[in-house]
Design a binder for this molecule. Structure first.
Ligand code: SAH
Length: 274
């Protein structure tokens, strides 16, 4: 093996020591676990998982990813599903702070990237306020996993010059608080996380704010996992297709002309050679 000894390409190793040091407060390594396939973990994530003595993990972290954690490490499930909160966010933060103050270092493991609809920002703020050292290891976010695994290039010079990630999560009483005008712009790809419960509202509002009803749209369920499915249609028929195919979370909604490239790319991805 040979190494490139060039400082321009040098990435400093993670500073956090995830093992426990008696007497000193613990450190937190916020790790993005990617969309599910363990091969989509970063090398830095694998290193942090292997070295961890304590891991707090979420609902969307796959069991294959957890295999990288040492057998004798402590694993704490603090997961959240839309309908079912194992621990409220404040309690998770409280637990992390207490554990760190008691001297335990930990990996806080979240699906995808912790800073993209993962509430990693809130946890990082709380750790900073509490004076607890932390480090952030990025993960491949679900949109990237879905694009790559389902054959949808999220941007494309001929079809989409802008890419927007949005959440379809309800805010208050049945209200999806999104800037519909901004989302309904042409030559743009919109990826909506946590949108399965509000899919009909999302499709209807995008059309009402100017996108043609025939705009290509897809649902990517369990991106990168063995159960991955990609259902393609248009803004008009996507809600019916979701019902017909019984699409369940975790799934992403992808809207934009790039979705029309999916069958061609998928054919190419399935070609085994000449
Ligand atoms: N931090 C995560 C997102 C958490 S929000 C990330 O960066 O990916 C949870 C939402 O992410 C789910 O409701 C779903 O919309 C999406 N999601 C996460 N994993 C997914 C997967 N493997 N396939 C499809 N969607 C996924």
């Amino acid at each position: 093996m040979s190494f490139v000894e060039d400082a321009r390409w040098f990435t400093p190793p993670p500073t956090a020591d995830v093992s426990d040091a008696p007497g000193s407060p613990g450190r937190v390594t916020l790790v993005g676990a990617g969309p599910g396939d363990p091969e989509l973990l970063t090398l830095r994530a694998v290193k942090a998982l292997r070295g961890a003595r304590l891991v707090l993990y979420d609902h969307l972290v796959s069991k294959e990813v957890l295999r990288y954690v040492a057998e004798d490490a402590d694993l704490i499930y603090v997961g959240k599903e839309a309908s079912q909160h194992t621990l409220p966010q404040e309690s998770i933060i409280d637990l992390m702070v207490r554990l760190a103050r008691s001297g335990r270092s930990m990996v806080r493991l979240k699906g995808g990237d912790g800073f993209i609809f993962g509430r990693g920002g809130e946890e990082a703020q709380a750790l900073a306020d509490a004076g607890i050292g932390f480090e952030v290891v990025p993960g491949i976010t679900a949109a990237q996993g879905a694009g790559a695994c389902a054959g949808i290039p999220l941007t494309h010079r001929d079809h989409a010059a802008t890419l927007v990630f949005a959440t379809g999560h309800l805010r208050g009483e049945n209200e999806v608080a999104l800037d519909w005008e901004a989302l309904a712009r042409p030559r743009q790809t919109v990826v909506i996380y946590m949108g399965m419960g509000t899919l009909p509202v999302i499709c209807e509002q995008l059309v009402r704010h100017g996108l043609p009803a025939g705009t290509p749209a897809a649902l990517v369920e369990q991106a990168s996992l063995p159960g991955q499915r990609c259902i393609t249609g248009t803004l008009q028929d996507l809600p019916a297709l979701a019902q017909q195919h019984r699409v369940r979370p975790p799934a992403l909604i992808v809207v934009g002309e790039v979705v029309a490239l999916q069958p061609q790319l998928m054919r190419g991805m399935q070609t085994t050679g000449v």
